[in-house]
Design a protein around this ligand. Structure first.
Ligand code: SF4
Length: 745
């Protein structure tokens, strides 16, 4: 009889970082519960977390590499697979240079330790300028605006949801997403607590989302016009002399340029395009300015639009003007335990290079994924001939997926690190499956920087890695070694030691770290024999703001300390971090970045844009996360999630009934989806979720294929961008909708 044991692990399936209590029998997870003792989540669990075991034990999950032979993907040993990577990549790199190999890093990279710590050295080894990630799909505008405001694109303030009395939320649905660029387990419970303590929730969204249902006020804004609303709120705060910078006043630059730049965006001017009357906008501005603890938070609906960077800036501008930036109950910066107090990087700028074909500026060393197909299709020096994907499915998750799908199929080499044969990896020449989450250690490198409390938690592997199977970080290091010309027999330990020593050298040079100026050789000798991510994490924790400074600080954090705390350590509520956290050249918050103010002319065009025609927006469901959980039976049962939501008034005009098949068409493509009539969506707006469309030939995901849905990114337009960030418009796409006439047989 199998012996059951209990293991604790942070859930890696979304940004909320909940603690899981796993029952393990014979190396199988037989039960999943929320960890009641987790210092952050306190037992909370959503349906995705409950499905952790099913995801791990999915029979369609690859456990052995696949290599393309005679057109077919066939099983291979790891030795054969890495030899094939070398055979394919090395000549391309030699003959065409590093830019001929593009890389796409999918969203799950930020949910695992290997991706968090080894993606950077991996990409550095590839030396290509053609890198794109899921960040360029939906969050780069926030990085750009924060880079311009604070000098550090990763310094993203989060709403201090547990202490605020007024939360104004735009384009976010945390009752379904569980938070985005906002790490807070049990967000539904936290929103309930806000209301219970007398606080108010205002939701701005074209859909009456699940979050909007429980709001004190729901403003059904016209998609893509959040910038206009926020600019009018800021204009009102300035016009009515409601500005209060408080403690930050000496640390703000450029404020004198803001008022003249906003003079066009009065509440009356934006009322028509936004669909929100001027009185409501003025009232919102006054509420924000006069409520002691208030905050504006914007997410997907504010970043996947034509003016995403302006909108993201405007969110922070309103918080700044109303005295709610870097104050309890406002928008605050987390203090992650593994990040030195100052970034150590030069002040932020974009456009250090531009993409070859469309000349789009680099941001955070990435080009927009919206131009990846251009780079593959367009002949000439620097043409992309090979693609390496890591945990990514850009055919489903990036704009104009049909075009990108065809472009990827034309490549000389496609190397994928992924556990599934999905819509993108079906084109792979080599498919390298990483071990499942239960075989890997975990620490949330990305999300403790976006957390509403300062917490820290480390999870060791739940089940040991089977013999002969490389960990994900070892796969990345091996490909990095191949790209560096070492051939397929890479000395992983030597290369890993190089990565670790490079990091240590950087940490001692960073004057914000707890080991600044120390002798690296001495510190290197103090490391305790770990390898891989554990060695890197231990160094980061020890050099970080709560660290032991390699023995310099009594009771400071080390990885060994975390290993003794399986439910995590609560490091306390968020505390003000400005001006110390600023990395701008001026040392101040740059309230009026020139590039953002220049883009206001483009935003002003929306004031006169006619309001005709339907526009498409996306939506999330609690049981899904982009494209990668549709093969889990317990998450896919129940009603069809991939429906086109249509308001009954629009449906009547279009001759559509509930359950009809409708053809949705945009500039770039069309799909057919079943109609769901609902009053929860504004007239003039239709909604289709993303991440579906699993019926392409060759996909090996039996459950997902049984309910494939349609790919919303057949409709999204790779040409329609937020110019400052290169992020494509995914919300507010002009579409036509018509009934599909079935011809009787
Ligand atoms: S909310 Fe996110 S982290 Fe928490 S259990 Fe669900 S998927 Fe996991």
């Amino acid at each position: 009889m199998a012996t059951a044991r209990t293991a604790y692990r942070t859930c890696p399936l979304c940004e909320a970082t909940c603690g899981l209590e796993l029952t393990v029998e014979d190396d199988r997870i037989t039960r999943v519960r929320g960890d009641d003792e987790d210092v952050f989540s306190g037992g909370y669990l959503c349906p995705k977390g409950a499905a952790f075991g099913q995801l791990e034990h999915d029979p369609d999950r690859l456990r052995q590499p696949l290599v393309r032979r005679d057109g077919e993907l066939v099983p291979a040993s790891w030795t054969e697979a890495f030899a094939e990577v070398d055979r394919l990549l090395t000549p391309i790199l030699r003959d065409h240079g590093p830019d001929a190999v593009a890389a796409y890093m999918g969203n799950p990279n930020v949910h695992n330790l290997a991706g968090g710590l080894y993606a950077k050295p991996f990409l550095k080894a590839l030396r290509t300028r053609n890198v794109a990630s899921a960040s360029t799909v939906d969050q780069m505008p926030k990085h750009v605006s924060c880079g311009l405001l604070y000098g550090d694109p990763l310094a993203i303030p989060v709403p201090d949801i547990d202490r605020t009395d007024l939360l104004v939320m735009l384009g976010a649905n945390p009752r379904m997403s569980n938070g985005s660029l906002l790490t807070a387990p049990d967000l539904p419970g936290r929103l309930d607590a806000l209301r219970r303590r007398g606080g108010r929730l205002v939701v701005v969204d074209p859909r009456r989302s699940r979050t909007a249902e429980d709001a004190d006020l729901h403003l059904a804004i016209r998609p893509g016009t959040d910038a206009l609303l926020l600019l009018a709120v800021a204009w009102t705060v300035l016009d009515e002399d409601l500005v209060r910078l408080g403690r930050l006043a000496p640390f703000v630059a450029g404020l004198e340029d803001v008022a003249p730049a906003l003079d066009r965006f009065t509440p009356e001017a934006v009322a028509g395009p936004t669909g929100i009357d001027a009185g409501t906008i003025r009232g919102l501005a006054r509420d924000l300015a006069t409520t002691e603890r208030a905050v504006v938070y914007g997410r997907i609906g504010t970043t996947t639009v034509r003016y995403g960077t302006v909108t993201s800036w405007a969110v922070d501008l309103v918080n700044l003007l109303t005295g709610h930036l870097d104050t309890p109950g406002g928008a605050m910066f987390a203090r992650p335990a593994h990040v030195p107090d100052r970034s150590g990087r030069p002040p932020f700028r974009t456009g250090r290079w531009t993409s070859r074909v469309r000349g789009l500026p680099e941001v955070l060393s990435e080009i927009p994924v919206a131009t990846l197909a251009d780079e593959i299709e367009t002949p000439g020096e620097g043409q992309v001939r090979a693609l390496v994907t890591v945990a990514g499915n850009p055919v489903l998750s990036t704009p104009n997926g049909v075009r990108l799908d065809a472009a990827i199929a034309s490549l000389d080499a496609v190397i994928c690190i992924d556990p599934y044969v999905n819509e993108t990896t079906r084109h792979a020449h080599v498919l390298l499956p990483p071990p499942g989450a239960m075989h890997r250690s975990h620490y949330d490198v990305a999300f403790y920087g976006l957390s509403v409390r300062n917490v820290v938690n480390y999870s060791p592997p739940v089940v040991p890695l089977p013999d002969g199977r490389p960990d994900e970080w070892e796969i990345l290091v091996t490909i990095a070694g191949i790209a560096a010309g070492q051939g397929p027999d890479v000395d992983v330990d030597a290369l890993d030691a190089f990565v670790a020593r490079t990091l240590l050298d950087q940490l001692v040079r960073n004057d914000g770290s707890r080991i600044a100026g120390r002798e690296p050789d001495q510190l290197w000798a103090m490391l305790d024999g770990r390898r891989g991510p554990e060695r890197l994490l231990d160094m980061l924790l020890r050099a970080g703001p709560y660290g032991d400074g390699f023995g310099a600080v009594a009771d400071g954090l080390t990885l060994a300390v975390l290993e003794g705390q399986p439910h995590g350590i609560d490091l306390g509520p968020l505390e003000p971090r400005l001006p110390d956290n600023l990395a701008t050249a001026s040392g101040k918050v740059e309230a009026a970045p020139a590039s953002v103010l220049a883009d206001l002319d483009r935003v002003a065009d929306a004031l006169d844009a006619p309001e005709d025609g339907l526009v498409l927006v996306g939506r999330r469901h609690l049981r899904t996360n982009n494209s990668w959980m549709h093969n889990v039976p317990m998450l896919t049962k129940g009603r069809d999630l991939c429906t086109l939501q249509v308001h009954p008034d629009d449906a009547a005009r279009l001759g559509l009934s509930d359950g009809d098949e409708a053809r949705i068409s945009s500039r770039v493509g069309s799909v057919v989806a079943p109609v769901e009539l609902t009053h929860d969506i504004a007239t003039g707006v239709v909604s289709l979720p993303h991440g579906f469309g699993h019926d392409l030939p060759g996909v090996v995901q039996g459950v997902a294929r049984s309910r494939p849905g349609v790919n919303a990114n057949v409709l999204t337009d790779e040409e329609d961008l937020d110019v400052l960030s290169g992020t494509a418009v995914l919300n507010g796409i002009p579409v036509t909708v018509e009934t599909v006439v079935t011809v009787p047989a």
